[in-house]
Design a protein around this ligand. Structure first.
Ligand code: ARG
Length: 461
C-alpha cells in the first residue's frame, strides 16, 4: 500500500497535501464524536447478535470505543487531518487500541450510512435542546404577560397607532409565535428520528444485518425505508434549519420591537443595565445590543438554510461528497439559536415597562375611533356609514389639535345625533380594552385567561 489511508488499497500515489487539507473535515466534524461512537457501539452489538463477528471481538471493540470516548472527553485524543474525518480518526485509533477486532467494525457499514446516522443523532439532540430553550423563554414571556395584563399600549398597524391593546396581549402574541416554533421542531423530530444505519454505501449489504436492532439501540423510532434515500437524504437537516430560520425570524421581529420600545422616542421599556451596553464615545448611551444582535444573527440562520437548499439542489442519488458541507450550517444554526434563546430568556424577566409612557402613547392618535364607529352601529347605523361619520369626527379633532375623546358632546352630536353622554365610556382606553373580551381579544380578563392556558400548555410538555 503506497498510502497510509484506510481506503488506500487501490491507490499507488499519495494524496496531494493540498487535497488532504481541502477534503479534511475532522476539524469540524469531530463534534459528532460521541454520536459516532454510539453508532459504532450499536453496530458492533448488532454484528455480534447476528453472528457476523464473535462475542470476543465485539467486547474488544466496545472496550476500545469506551477508551476513545474517555480520551476525547479528556481532550487527550490526537486528531489527524490525514485521517480526513471523525469516522476514520476514531476507527484508526480503535485499531491501534484493539488490534485486529478493530478492523472488523466496518463490516456491513459505510461512512455513508455512518455519517447520516451521526447527523440524525446530533439533530435529534439539537431539537430537544432548542425545545427546552423555547420553553424557558415562553415561561418568561407568559409570566411577564400576566404582570402586564392591565397595562395599555398602542396597538399598531403600519407602525401607526391603530387601537389600544394590553401589553400582556402583545407579549402573548410573541408567545404564540414561539409556540408554533416549538411544535414545528416536534413535527420535524418525527422525520429526524429514523435510522439509516445498515444500508451501507448505497445499496444495502450482503450481510444478514438487523437494522431494527441498531435503530432500537440508538432510540430511533424506525428505519429509513430505502437504502439510496437513506444515505443521501438530508431533508431532516433542511427541515431543522428551516424551523430554526423561521424561529430566528420571530426572535428578530421581537428584537426589533424591543429596540423601538427601548428608544427615547417610545420609552416603553427599560431592558435593564445588565442587558445593555454603552458607547465608547457618547457617555449618555445605553444601547439595546442584545436585541440588535439577535436581530442581526437571524441573518445567519436564513443564510444557513439557503446554503443547505442550494447544497442539495443539484445532487443525484446517492451519497456525494457535497454532503460533507451540511455540517457547519447545521452546527451554526443550532449554536446561534441556542445562544439567542438563552440570552432572551435571561433578559425578559429583567424588562421593566413604563406603564405611564405606554398609556400616554396609547391615548394619542385617536385610537378609539373604531370603538366610536362600533357604538354608532349599536345605535342602528350600518358600519360603512358609521366609519364615514367617525372619519369626519377625527378630522374635526385633528383640525383643532385634539384627540377624539376631547371633543365635546355637542361637537360629537354634530357628527351624529345618535351619540349620547354614554359615548365617553367607550372612548376611554379602558372602555375600548375591556370591550374586546372574547377568545383572542385584548381585554385584560382574556389576557389573564390566555396566560393561564399558555402556562398549562407549557406545564404539560
Ligand atoms: N466526511 C464525510 C461526510 O461528512 C463522510 C462520508 C464520506 N463518504 C465517502 N464516500 N467519501 O460526508
Amino acid at each position: 500500500m503506497a498510502t497510509d489511508k484506510l481506503w488506500g488499497g487501490r491507490f499507488s500515489g499519495r494524496t496531494d497535501t493540498t487535497v488532504e487539507a481541502f477534503t479534511a473535515s475532522e476539524h469540524f466534524d469531530r463534534r459528532l464524536a460521541e454520536y459516532d461512537i454510539a453508532g459504532s457501539r450499536a453496530h458492533a452489538l448488532m454484528l455480534k447478535s447476528c453472528g457476523i463477528i464473535s462475542e470476543a471481538d465485539c467486547n474488544t471493540i466496545i472496550d476500545g470505543l469506551e477508551t476513545i470516548s474517555q480520551e476525547i472527553a479528556d481532550d487527550r485524543f490526537v486528531w489527524s487531518a490525514a485521517l480526513e474525518d471523525v469516522h476514520m480518526n476514531i476507527e484508526a485509533r480503535l485499531t491501534e487500541i484493539a488490534g485486529e477486532p478493530g478492523k472488523k467494525l466496518h463490516t456491513a457499514r459505510s461512512r455513508n450510512d455512518q455519517v447520516a446516522t451521526d447527523m440524525r443523532l446530533f439533530t435529534r439532540d439539537a431539537i430537544d435542546q432548542l425545545q427546552a430553550d423555547l420553553t424557558a423563554l415562553q415561561y418568561a414571556l407568559v409570566d411577564l404577560a400576566e404582570a402586564e395584563a392591565d397595562s395599555v399600549m398602542p396597538g399598531m398597524t403600519h407602525m401607526q397607532s391603530a387601537q389600544p391593546v394590553t401589553c400582556g396581549h402583545h407579549l402573548l402574541a410573541w408567545n404564540a409565535m414561539l409556540e408554533r416554533d416549538w411544535q414545528r421542531f416536534g413535527d420535524c423530530r418525527k422525520r429526524v428520528n429514523l435510522s439509516p444505519l445498515g444500508v451501507a454505501a448505497l445499496a444495502g449489504t450482503g450481510f444478514p444485518v438487523d437494522r431494527n436492532m441498531t435503530a432500537a439501540t440508538l432510540g430511533f423510532e424506525g428505519v429509513c425505508s430505502n437504502s439510496l434515500d437513506a444515505v443521501s437524504d438530508r431533508d431532516f437537516i433542511l427541515e431543522f434549519c428551516g424551523a430554526v430560520a423561521l424561529m430566528m425570524v420571530h426572535l428578530s421581529r421581537m428584537a426589533e420591537e424591543l429596540v423601538l420600545w427601548a428608544s427615547q422616542h417610545f420609552g416603553f421599556v427599560d431592558l435593564g443595565d445588565p442587558f445593555c451596553t454603552g458607547s465608547s464615545i457618547m457617555p449618555q448611551k445605553k444601547n439595546p445590543d442584545v436585541a440588535e444582535l439577535v436581530r442581526g444573527r437571524s441573518g445567519r440562520a436564513v443564510g444557513n438554510l439557503t446554503a443547505l437548499l442550494v447544497l442539495m439542489k443539484g445532487q443525484p442519488l446517492a451519497y456525494n461528497r457535497d454532503n460533507q458541507e451540511d455540517k457547519q450550517p447545521l452546527f451554526d444554526s443550532f449554536d446561534n439559536a441556542h445562544a439567542c434563546l438563552g440570552v432572551l430568556a435571561a433578559m425578559v424577566p429583567n424588562m421593566i415597562f413604563d406603564r405611564e409612557r405606554m398609556r400616554n402613547a396609547a391615548s394619542r392618535g385617536h385610537a378609539t375611533a373604531t370603538d366610536l364607529a362600533d357604538y354608532l352601529v349599536r345605535g342602528g347605523l350600518a358600519f360603512r356609514d358609521a366609519h364615514e361619520l367617525v372619519g369626519t369626527a377625527v378630522h374635526l379633532a385633528e383640525s383643532s389639535g385634539r384627540e377624539l375623546d376631547a371633543l365635546s358632546l355637542e361637537e360629537l352630536r354634530g357628527v351624529s345625533d345618535r351619540i349620547n353622554e354614554d359615548v365617553f365610556e367607550i372612548l376611554t382606553l379602558e372602555g375600548s380594552l375591556h370591550s374586546r373580551n372574547h377568545i383572542g381579544g385584548t381585554a385584560p380578563d382574556q389576557v389573564r385567561l390566555a396566560a393561564a392556558q399558555a402556562r398549562q400548555v407549557l406545564a404539560e410538555r
